[in-house]
Design a protein around this ligand. Structure first.
Ligand code: ADP
Ligand code: TZP
Ligand code: MG
Length: 288
């Protein structure tokens, strides 16, 4: 597939999202809850941030997608996350898992690994060391920040240059993790979207996105909104990474530092046009 086709598909899903305004149920951490709801609204989705167990069955019945984020994993939240993911799996509702802090100690890593066993068609979106903690038992996450670069993650996931694999092979650790997912998103200065036998690299975004908290969490919620209108998790993940990166780039061009980045990011998402997607998308497709 060509970059041009990726841009067209991204805009098609973006337009569908704005037309249908999917209800996205987000159980996320206390740090990013408000900004995540605002980002979903600016994108064109309808956010719902409930985490009550008593609300789970009803909300699961009416929502179009679910986003689960393990950033502040207190006991009652973990329990509702499991219930919601099981309910969503039963009806094949689109689900996104953001394993915040996987690879930073056994507590978070074990929670994320258990959640990976639920809702088998989910998108899993994390930073390089979070994904490596799930796929390859590599524990290097520094709190919620990646301890490694996307390129290092790629090397770890491919099994360190085994002679029978070339650099473009589908990561072996990722292959196993993909059995519990429809797509993996490894974010960073360049984002990688992995599906069965295929990978797309997207080089949009800005360094400023690493200078404010919650950009990864927002990307995961955006993945859930796109997944609600997409045919599959792989296409939803590509569109989400593209739109997030382009909006981030436009926002960064309008500010001098992180302080005003977030409001400009929200404005850029709100005002994003088809022409921006075609003009700015920088993607490489690898058929594997
Ligand atoms: N140095 C960078 N250059 C471009 N984009 C970046 C950079 N760092 C992070 N991003 C973008 O910020 C978003 C969050 O990614 P990341 O920081 O890896 O996640 P997390 O916040 O979960 O650690 C992604 O859209 C990613 O592309
Ligand atoms: C700082 C912090 N601490 C617990 S959750 C959280 C937010 C993490 O957000 P992101 O993974 O998007 O950087
Ligand atoms: Mg994160």
């Amino acid at each position: 597939m060509h970059v041009h086709e990726l841009a067209e598909n991204t805009y098609r899903l973006f337009a569908a999202l704005r037309d249908t305004r999917p209800l996205v149920h987000v159980v996320t951490n206390f740090v990013v809850m408000n900004q995540t709801a605002n980002v979903l609204l600016a994108l064109g989705a309808s956010p719902m941030m409930s985490w009550a167990e008593d609300d789970a069955a009803y909300m699961s019945g009416v929502s179009d997608a679910l986003c689960i984020n393990t950033g502040t994993p207190v006991a009652d939240r973990i329990s509702v996350m499991k219930s919601l993911m099981s309910l969503a799996g039963d009806v094949e509702k689109p689900v996104v898992l953001d394993p915040v802090g996987a690879g930073a100690g056994p507590f978070r890593t074990d929670i994320a690994r258990e959640l990976c066993t639920l809702a088998p068609a989910k998108i899993i979106r994390g930073n390089p060391s979070e994904i490596c903690a799930l796929a390859a038992d590599h524990l290097s996450t520094k709190g919620v920040d990646s301890g490694i670069s996307p390129e290092q993650a790629r090397a770890i996931l491919t099994g360190h240059g085994r002679p029978d694999r070339n650099a473009d092979d589908l990561p072996s650790g990722a292959t196993a993790l993909l059995e519990s997912a429809s797509a993996l998103v490894v974010s960073g200065n360049t984002d990688m979207v992995l599906g069965q036998g295929k990978m797309v690299k997207i080089a949009n975004g800005s360094q400023l996105m690493g200078a404010v908290t919650g950009t990864g969490c927002m990307l995961s919620a955006i993945c859930a909104a796109f997944y609600a209108v997409a045919e599959n998790g792989f296409d939803a993940a590509i569109a989400s990474v593209a739109v997030t990166g382009i909006a981030g780039e436009l926002a960064a061009s309008r500010v001098t530092g992180p302080g005003f980045f977030l409001p400009h990011f929200i404005d850029s998402l709100y005002a994003l046009r088809e022409a921006d997607i075609h003009q700015y998308l920088r993607a490489e497709v690898h058929s594997l």
